[in-house]
Design a protein around this ligand. Structure first.
Ligand SMILES: O=C(O)C(=O)C[C@]1(C(=O)O)C=C[C@@H](O)C=C1
Length: 361
């Protein structure tokens, strides 16, 4: 058998498999449609998205995957399959921190897949308002970056919003220097979000020391401006480069190679346990010595691991703080429930922001 015959044979097997995969996908979509009908008949919520079920499916895909495709790659494919199945019933509307081309958009699509509708909004409080009003099913907002720390606008919204956290997304952040111009030497002005300028400070000091750095609302906005103005550049994502027709004068200019941003999915749904969850809460008490120690003790007593602690001004009294705490486990897990009950007695203010599956992909 010559090479072309061999190729033909292998391709015939691929065609046969594709046919099977396609048939099975449609069979799966039909079953997903049935689950939606059952949920609707039982009055189980206005939309059919189930974060805990999706997280369980994706974890199982990764655990049983023999390769050669990687577990993460396979999970991404299943992410899209579930997204398409869900869209048969209720195409979800997701509000995110825009404009188009932001990392928050990438995080939203990573979490929900590409079969959702998305709405870019220009401020974090607008996203909360849109989801509260029910014009979007969920919102996606940045909450912390591994280099620069907390996104305080997001934390502050949780003080006043009734929304719950329904999920988290982690995204590796790669920053590129984008411009209409062809050489670094032609660039005298640089636009980027404040946090991005900070994340690339060392690279900028070494390669663009004399260039004016201008903070703007988002990296996508920076890219839009760089597309309109000569002699300037933006720091933004590869997606923004595509959207605004720019060229990359330098790629991956972030100072920390592991630079990662964590995003939260907000909605009005309480998520049931998935088997590997986190719980976020807000705590405060009157300013006195040992307050934080006392507030954290019930967690330690119940062997609950704290993954994050952030403090913000309470906005009620001068020098009084609220603590944002993330712990491992779901609020329905017995140990977490015991710790929360004790905390409720001890703290002057306790607000549960939600339990949700740990990021899978
Ligand atoms: O199992 C369900 O409840 C479904 O709706 C099916 C399905 C899926 O495609 O597997 C679809 C959407 C949900 O978010 C979770 C899972």
């Amino acid at each position: 058998m010559d090479d072309s015959q061999q190729l033909q044979q292998v391709r015939a097997r691929i065609d046969a498999l594709d046919e099977q995969i396609q048939r099975l996908l449609n069979e799966r979509a039909e079953l997903a449609r049935q689950t939606a009908q059952i949920k609707q008949a039982a009055g189980l919520g206005e939309n059919c998205f189930r974060p805990e079920r999706e997280a369980e499916i994706l974890r199982r895909v990764i655990a049983r995957n023999p390769g050669p495709l990687s577990g993460q790659e396979m999970a991404r494919l299943f992410r899209e399959i579930m997204s398409a199945c869900l869209a048969l019933e209720t195409p979800l509307m997701i509000a995110y921190l825009g404009p188009e081309g932001t990392f928050t958009e990438a995080a939203a699509l990573k979490h929900f897949g590409h079969s959702v509708k998305t709405r870019p909004l220009i401020a974090i409080d607008e996203i909360f308002r849109e989801v509260e009003a029910g014009t979007a099913h969920y919102g996606v907002v940045p909450v912390e970056n591994s280099t620069e720390g907390a996104v305080t606008h997001t934390l502050d919204q949780f003080l006043i919003s009734p929304l719950q956290i329904c999920g988290e997304v982690e995204l590796r952040i790669h920053h590129h220097l984008l411009s209409r111009n062809k050489a670094l030497t032609e660039v005298s002005r640089l636009y980027a979000h404040q946090q991005t300028l900070a994340q690339c400070r060392e690279w900028l000091d070494a390669h663009l020391a004399g260039c004016e750095r201008i903070p703007v609302g988002s990296n996508a906005e920076a890219a839009r401006r760089a597309g309109n103005e000569s002699g300037c550049a933006a720091i933004a994502s590869d997606r923004a480069r595509e959207i605004y027709g720019l060229q990359a004068l330098a790629t991956n200019i972030e100072d920390e190679p592991g630079n990662t941003t964590r995003f939260l999915v907000i909605g009005s749904q309480a998520v049931v346990p998935s088997g590997n969850d986190k719980t976020s809460l807000l705590l405060s008490g009157p300013n006195r010595s040992g307050l934080l120690y006392d507030l954290l003790r019930p967690l330690a007593d119940n062997e609950i691991s704290m993954t994050r602690l952030e403090s913000r001004p309470s906005r009620r009294k001068l020098w009084e703080y609220v603590f944002f705490i993330d712990v491992e486990g779901h609020m329905e897990d017995p140990k977490v429930a015991t710790a929360l009950a004790t905390l409720k007695d001890q703290a002057s203010f306790l607000k549960l922001l939600g339990s949700y599956p740990r990021a899978v992909i």
